[in-house]
Write a protein that binds this ligand. Sequence first.
Ligand code: FAD
Length: 315
Amino acid sequence: MDNEPWDVIIVGGGAAGLNAALVLARARRRVVVIDSGEPRNRFAPHMHGFLSRDGISPLELLEIGRGEVRSYGGEIVSGRAVGVTGEAGAFTVEVDDGRMLASRRLVIATGLRDELPDLPGLTGQWGRGAVACPYCDGWESRDSRIGVLATSAMSVHQASLLRQWSSDVTFVGPLTAELDPETRAGLEARGVRIDPRSATAVLEDAEGVLTGLTLDDGTTLPLDRLFVGPRLVANDDLLRRLGADRAETPLGEWVASDPFGATSVPGVWVAGNSAVSHALVVMAAASGAAVATQINADLVGDDTRRALAARSVRA
Ligand SMILES: Cc1cc2nc3c(=O)[nH]c(=O)nc-3n(C[C@H](O)[C@H](O)[C@H](O)COP(=O)(O)OP(=O)(O)OC[C@H]3O[C@@H](n4cnc5c(N)ncnc54)[C@H](O)[C@@H]3O)c2cc1C
């Protein structure tokens, strides 16, 4: 066990975890971030929609963040947290190198995984020619030939939104045959083409640029950009071990938390995609900051109780 307990262990060093660490370190709390170095957007060369950082590499954002956290005395441990036990005031987190770290409070900011549909060529294009989020990549896809792969009932929202960026949108896949008449009419009225054929592969040119989809009748649908709705899977092993309550959301079951990220387990908070699956980077960072202020206030209460107890012992 590393010697003195940390005030706060933060598991996950993406935008959410690092911003929580930054605010806590600046509040003179002893804070350590455990991070396995696989932020969800690592496949994308550029990050968009973050005021003052628009267009930089997502990995560069985190490198800057780690430097800022360290500059206030926060520590970053490279590794995966594989176990957690304890309760508010005395948590123990096990890192995959065997280290055991103790803390008074915990932030879980481990994000989520995007599980892509099984379509040849898709994985290699992920984050470049094939993307998920209109607000992240819609501008870069403006006025181009956009395909939206129908992967679930939620894909209709992508198809509907993307018409905002281009007049050349094709909503493709057998699931489109299940659209209710009103939704279909609305999409078609706005000029979205609906194609019920199955995609069998994602195509790219010799430079690795996405060029379209092969369809099950052997024809090619030429495209510049493909939008896909992956299955979102929370990286929530630690929260399950802690027994945190879960709740239904429109995108599936997720850990339950209050508007400030507190879970049902006293002393445990969530931030970023661990709290809400739709959080963009700036939202993840903001939620990390919000969680940090809540935890600091909670620790101040704890510090006060301890000080009063110590005074009554002395008296
Ligand atoms: C291809 C793609 C492109 C995107 N582009 C944009 C964009 O342009 N703009 C935008 O705003 N959003 C974008 N997003 C969304 C963006 O990725 C998320 O908003 C953001 O990553 C959420 O931050 P986070 O800190 O919650 O999680 P993450 O950034 O995913 O960070 C979680 C961290 O926790 C670590 N971790 C997980 N489990 C453990 C563990 N057990 N122990 C230790 N560490 C662990 C991971 O390695 C990772 O470093 C994009 C998403 C994708 C998939």
